[in-house]
Design a protein around this ligand. Sequence first.
Ligand code: NAP
Length: 506
Amino acid sequence: MELLRIGVSRNFRIYLNHSRQMHLLKDKAFVNNEWVSARSNAVFPVLNPADDSVITNVPDMDASDAKNAIQVAADTFKTWQDVTAKERSIILRRWYDLCEQNKDSLAEIITAESGKPLSEAAGEVTYGSSFLSWFSECARHLNGEVIPSPWPNKQIILTRQPLGVVSIITPWNFPFAMITRKVGALMAAGCTCVIKPSEDTPLTALAAVELAEKAGVPKGVINVVTCSRKNAPAVGSVLCEDNHVKCISFTGSTVVGKILYQQAAKGIKRVSLELGGNAPFIVFPSADIQNAVEQAMLAKFRNNGQACVGANRFFIHEDVYDKFIALFKEHISKGCVLGRGNQKGVSCGPLINNEQAKKVSGLVDDAVKKGARKIMGGEFDTTLGNKFYKSTILTDVTPEMNIFREEIFGPVAQIFKIKSEEEVVKLANDTNGGLAAYVFTKDLGQAFRMSRKLEFGMVAINDGILSTAEAAFGGIKESGIGREGSLHGAQEYTDIKYTLMSALDK
Ligand code: NAP
């Protein structure tokens, strides 16, 4: 059995005894299709956020380990780039099939290390796997162009070439999908990669690549370097600055995105940055209020508010304000069940770590101190643990409060009463974030106007969920650069090469 071959730690064995589904749990990093330790042999513990128990220890790699993994990816690129698009497509499809077949096991690992409810974890596997299936199809459609030339004896040909080695740095909130959305795309394009997952959620990444290996992904195409938060800056610098690396694909906070952007600039490297949001959720009088509230539940409380596209600021028209709040409260009371993610009936898990718990409660406390009104929640349920924050509604919030500008990343809905379309466009756009926006209206003209005027990369009209592999996901302003998903997502990992065929008359 694979687990026995690689050796298992004490914690690891304890966890295995507790679970039948954890056969994908790994306690080593993955380089050149080998399960490896850090060169220093250092490890760090991966914690279950529900109770801070140790799931297992994984290698705490450093800059030298990262350099080694990049070298492997660079060597592999020399051969992988020549594997046909058809073959890459078949491998991606096999990986998709294996992820679907192992959905329960992947979901259990996601829940153990991220805290989200099992049903949401399974949903993430479905969503994340869909990128592998989608990019399996895209691999064979990364076409070039033949352009009519201005010269009679010459032909202009544009082809798409893979960039080379891509460094991937991912967050903890969607530990599976944030990896497949990138790796599916870059493999379709013919690139290789080194992934650095978050300290909080390396186990999902390792489980995913275990399945990639089984699917036949050749050695060295995907490498995973695990490291603690302490080592992240040093590992990150190597991933951004090593000469072999041609692109940095990062999903995470805007603060870290800016650091990596600067490091990438030194080598004029391609960047793909999927950063934080500050999404407005706008409800006009013509909206179907029942639908708006149902969608608000998804847009706000999916992953307990820890989503980049999560609704951060609710702007409700005065004509429907009271009705919306009454119905929203009712839905939250029934729909938000706080508890451990692996317990039946739970819909909201713990916040990921102490820092995040402190941030969310701090934003609420600051707002209340400055005059906001707590309609419900606004505190931890300490009977469950120290990171279980109750679903919260705040009203009477003003733009002077920290919560208006900061990404909450927690189960807190701040609600503003608005009077007009003009006013809400101004308020909604009053942020450096520009990822997603939600608008509820039955007025067609208003829907189109809002889509045009809102300064966000994505606008959902009458819906609370917009992510799908087929669409181009991404932000503007400080929410990022580049798009993931859709054919554009794969094109991000290619360079256009112009070849001039001349002297055709000779
Ligand atoms: P984060 O603190 O920026 O961390 C993201 C990743 O960067 C993690 O792997 C982290 O490692 C690593 N990291 C931190 N500092 C680094 C450094 N100096 N050099 C290299 N790597 C470094 O973000 P997070 O708290 O994990 O995730 C939440 C954020 O991600 C939110 O702002 C959210 O909006 C954003 N997000 C955006 C999207 C999108 O598609 N736009 C999707 C999901 C999440 P450690 O975790 O080990 O510190």
